[in-house]
Design a protein around this ligand. Structure first.
Ligand SMILES: Cc1ncc(COP(=O)(O)O)c(C=O)c1O
Length: 401
């Protein structure tokens, strides 16, 4: 794989990239053609039909595979084990097709609401999957669920959306290997700048590229990465057979966004750390969950597992619990000016939302209550604006809560 030994800061720009062979263009063109000429039936330049082969998408796929640390070469797999999809959920849907009807899957109890909905309300019915949500912060519970359910797949997010719990990736990978289950990590929140699940032994990494990789809230997409040749072969077949591929315009935006991931993540992490520490002392705030705070129950694991160039770094997402309930949350959210009250995360602009009403409304109320996704919980995606402005914005909105 080209540029494999460079620092990540360089690989987000050059990883798996080659000048376009026809013209020497340094940045890949947006190839819009749906089909490609053949000299004779079956004789072509390696491109037949754009669902199967698109050079703009391939460039994005190779870049994401590179920064997630796939060891696959061009000889192993054309895009080095990276695959891009029309959305994060399309990537999840394709990964679930690795399972057979009736198989058992263990899923971390706190995950993005759409992941919960796809498993609980679609794949239980359409694929007969046996889905168990397990609090994998407790490895004893994971072991017990493995003995009981004999899973074929273990699905984790870390940090989780929205309560920012952590999962020990090396422990999950080990447990998955021991029972023969494919382990998958949704790495959307941490990004490969902070955490590369493949290095911990996880089989498959998933992203909503809509978030930090795209980085500008102007594209919807998803990705899967594996360093396992057999798994890559299955995914290449599935991606084409199911067809929920990323389009060339989105692939271009994803590629363009990912090139600045390293500089953006540094700022996201610095500003979020500062704002989390400030919020924790604010009289209107009951509690703050941020992996970088000493008060986070898994701070030690976070410092070990989430690192940027060798130093702990904890990402741009903060979860806060206001004093009060829905009225206080509503007043606070109605008064932010720089933070945009909107779903999604990971953009250059700061975003804020109310998971119980917005992103996690599809999680059943009893599950939300168990997880602590209450009316006072507000989720912040700290952008790369000046942190003084962000803090001032939260201060004036909190004054009105
Ligand atoms: C952690 C996580 N995974 C997956 C998804 C789904 O991705 P998409 O919205 O691109 O389908 C989201 C969306 O918010 C997410 O936050």
């Amino acid at each position: 794989m080209a540029h494999g030994k460079l620092h990540l800061d360089s690989r987000v720009i050059h990883g798996g990239q080659h000048p376009e062979p026809g013209t020497g263009a340094v940045m890949p063109p947006i190839f819009t053609s749906s089909t490609f000429i053949q000299e004779s039936p079956g004789v072509h330049k390696g491109f037949e039909y754009s669902r199967s082969h698109n050079a703009t998408r391939f460039a994005a796929e190779r870049l994401i595979a590179n920064i997630e640390g796939s060891a696959l070469s061009d000889a192993d797999d054309r895009t080095n084990g990276g695959f891009c999809f029309a959305s994060g959920l399309a990537a999840i849907g394709t990964a679930l097709e690795l399972l057979d009807a009736g198989d058992s899957i263990l899923c971390m109890d706190d995950v993005y609401g759409g992941t919960n909905r796809l498993l609980s309300r679609v794949r239980r019915r359409s694929q007969g999957l046996k889905v168990s949500f397990v609090d994998m912060t407790d490895l004893g519970k994971l072991e017990e669920a493995i003995r009981r359910e004999k899973p074929k797949m273990i699905w984790v997010e870390t940090p989780t959306n929205p309560t920012l719990k952590l999962v020990d990736l090396a422990a999950v990978a080990k447990a998955g290997k021991a029972c023969g289950a494919v382990t998958v990590c949704d790495n959307t929140f941490a990004t490969p700048m902070l955490q590369r699940p493949i290095e911990h032994g996880i089989d498959l990494v998933m992203h909503s590229t809509t978030k930090y990789l795209g980085g500008h809230s102007d594209t919807v997409g998803g990705a899967l990465v594996t360093s396992d040749r057999a798994l890559a072969e299955k995914l290449r077949f599935m991606q084409n057979a199911i067809g929920s591929v990323m389009g060339p315009f989105d692939a271009y935006l994803t590629l363009r966004g990912t090139k600045t991931l390293a500089v953006r993540m540094r700022r996201h992490c610095e500003s979020a750390m500062r704002i989390a520490a400030w919020l924790e002392r604010h009289p209107k705030v009951a509690r703050v969950a941020y992996p970088g705070l000493a008060s986070h129950p898994q701070h030690a694991l976070a410092a070990r597992q989430m690192r940027l160039e060798g130093a702990p770094a904890f990402g741009g997402m903060i979860t806060m619990f206001l004093k009060g309930g829905i009225d206080e949350s509503r007043r606070f959210l109605e008064h932010v000016r720089i933070f945009a009250l909107a779903e999604s995360l990971g953009g250059v602009e700061s975003l804020i939302e109310h998971p119980a009403i917005m992103t996690h409304a599809s999680v059943p109320a009893d599950q939300r209550a168990t997880l602590g996704i209450s009316d006072s919980l507000v989720r912040l995606s700290v952008g790369i604006e000046h942190p003084d402005d962000l803090q001032a914005d939260l201060e004036q909105a909190l004054a009105k809560a």
